[in-house]
Design a protein around this ligand. Structure first.
Ligand code: GBH
Length: 445
């Protein structure tokens, strides 16, 4: 501890948003209920070899049935806001057209329950569960998927708009594009670098079109960003490339209305960006109400990897070990990387309000999770330090409220501040949840 120096108190002002986050496929279960259609994650997790332990989200934390209990838990913790995602296949089982009223009703009940408990609902429209029929029509590499996404956004906004103050379009388009279509580690499991770059553009276009389809709403986007450093002084170009693909390929179009020219050049052998149509960048760059930042781990990179990496065009770059302690999932712990990232964003971009929409750690301990407390404490100190340096950071959401389906890792990795016994679905507060409740109660560390 003590990042900010001995005796320095880390307080946050009264309007600072204290939250926790989840996503639909990771917690809801009830995969075949109330007319829900299939998503690419249903298909992918049912494919042998794709998810550890052959786990699927069919039941998950059964939040679809247990949401009243989960809201009560959040109220006990004193959360000011809850970030969840809306499952597109519950709203449009076919991916477009026909609307499933029972799906909308579920999220209306959830939002109402939260509001009654004094918790602000922060829905994300897309956290990776693309309706399977849209993947069959080509998925995110196809421009049409962006148009369908805007249609879906308009439907949800129309139904829930009066209850929602902050909307997020996409969660981590980098993951959807590059883990989904380049490495194939995530659904739909394709390994097509050129298609992955098209997917990135159409996700961003979908964000812009969706924002335009939600009149008078406060709409933002969440990106997974990192602090990228060169391993040796000879590795500056490697760091530039990875920073380009991880951070600037998404930040620049949203905040500046252009793709970074060095990244376009890096990708020249893969794609010519001819899929970008006139006015797309104008659509993407309509000023967002806020930028959500998901941060977990820093990146240290060098020339000369053994590919393939998740980064099209950067197969010759290696991810190096920075020698720092790691969480249970093996990711390096570096709160200073978050401070560096936040101050860099403030230096390089015209920023709207920032929110940390995810930050957290996987550790196996059932209840006494001191590693997670240290992780969260360190990163909140970094947030406080960044605010002190003028970064417009206005809130923080722990990933995650509950243990849940950790994508390709299945249920083996636990990110929750609340333990879930999957056999009984019993929820138990971990020490980190009690610690977080105290932090919220005193408004700081
Ligand atoms: C987020 O993604 C997701 O939004 C959320 O659903 C998820 O549960 C949570 O984080 C925890 O994973 O493979 O060692 O090189 C996190 C994005 C992208 C972070 C890949 C780690 C690579 C680490 N992740 N990144 S490694």
């Amino acid at each position: 501890h003590g990042r900010g120096g001995q005796g320095v108190k880390h307080t946050f002002d009264n309007s600072f948003v204290w939250g926790a986050a989840t996503s639909s496929y990771q917690i809801e279960g009830a995969a075949e209920e109330d007319g829900r259609g299939a998503s690419i994650w249903d298909t992918f997790s049912a494919t042998p070899g794709k998810v550890d332990g052959a786990d699927t989200g069919a039941v998950a934390a059964d939040h679809y049935h247990r949401y009243p209990e989960d809201i009560a838990l959040m109220k006990d913790l004193g959360l000011g806001a809850y970030r969840f995602s809306i499952a597109w296949p519950r709203i449009q089982p076919d991916g477009s057209g026909r609307i499933e009223q029972r799906g909308l009703d579920f999220y209306r009940r959830l939002a109402d329950g939260l509001l009654e408990a004094g918790i602000e609902p922060w829905p994300t429209l897309y956290h990776w569960d693309l309706p399977q029929p849209l993947e069959e029509a080509g998925g995110w590499p196809e421009r049409d998927t962006a148009l369908r996404f805007a249609e879906y956004a308009a439907v949800v906004h129309e139904a829930l708009g009066d209850r929602i103050s902050h909307w997020t379009t996409l969660n981590e388009p980098w993951c959807s594009a590059f883990l989904g279509y380049a490495t194939g580690r995530h659904a739909p499991g394709r390994t097509e670098p050129a298609a992955a770059v098209r997917a990135a553009h159409h996700l961003l276009l979908g964000h812009g079109l969706a924002a335009a389809a939600m009149p008078d709403a406060r709409v933002g986007i969440t990106l997974n960003l990192s602090h990228v450093s060169p391993y040796t002084p000879d590795d500056h170009d490697a760091a530039r490339r990875i920073d380009g693909m991880q951070n600037r390929l998404f930040l620049d179009p949203v905040l500046r209305g252009e793709y970074p020219s060095d990244v376009i050049a890096d990708l020249a052998e893969i794609t010519d960006f001819s899929f970008v149509q006139r006015d797309d960048l104008k659509t993407i760059a309509a000023p967002p109400a806020f930028l959500g930042v998901n941060y977990y781990s820093p990146m240290l990179v060098s020339q000369g990897g053994a590919g393939p990496t998740a980064y099209p065009g950067s197969e010759h770059i290696a991810m190096k070990d920075g020698g720092r302690p790691r969480t249970g999932i093996g990711w390096e712990i570096d709160p200073d990387g978050l401070l560096q990232l936040l101050t860099r964003l403030d230096r390089d971009y015209p920023l709207p309000s920032l929110y940390i929409t995810e930050n957290g750690a996987a550790f196996p301990e059932e209840i006494h999770d001191t590693g997670r407390i240290d992780y969260l404490d360190g990163h909140l100190r970094a947030c406080s330090e960044a605010i002190g340096r003028g970064v417009p950071l206005h809130g923080y959401f722990v990933w995650s409220l509950l243990d849940n389906f950790e994508w390709a890792y299945g249920y083996a990795q636990r990110f929750g501040i609340v333990h879930v016994d999957y056999a009984t679905q019993q929820r138990t507060l971990k020490d980190s949840a009690r610690w977080y409740a105290e932090v919220i109660g005193r408004g700081g560390l």
